[in-house]
Design a protein around this ligand. Sequence first.
Ligand code: FES
Length: 154
Amino acid sequence: MNSSCAEKIWLSVGEVASRCGVTVSALHFYEQKGLIQSVRNQGNQRRYARDVLRRVAIIKVAQRTGISLEQIKQAFDVLPKGEPPLQRHWQQMSELWHQDLTTRIEQLTQMRDQLSLCIGCGCLSLAHCPLRNPADQLATQGPGAHFVPADDKV
Ligand code: FES
């Protein structure tokens, strides 16, 4: 640790594990994946800056929503290195996920609603079933060929 690090509050791996409710091996795994970083003290023991607590909390919440570790790492990459992130940095990071989560919520809502229509049907028709062919937006415009000019239709 350098002299500027001495002013920070450093946490041992056991303290971080206890405060975050995760195992020590989970912390080692997150570190191996580049999601959190530690420094070594003079006794060659890992020490973590306090912002690791927020990082681990974000990892746990993000994983519960289905965000992959790779996506979490990409989001953490916008945070400053070697300094505690400020509120605006956390805000920038959360904005990266906002559109993705909004899109996923819309897709899940659509699937939930379509699923209730399909229960009891079971046709899985490529032409009519929104679960079987969810991106068929032209179907909402009615049957028939949509790219043939109306004058050419028979
Ligand atoms: S299963 Fe028949 S419309 Fe989806």
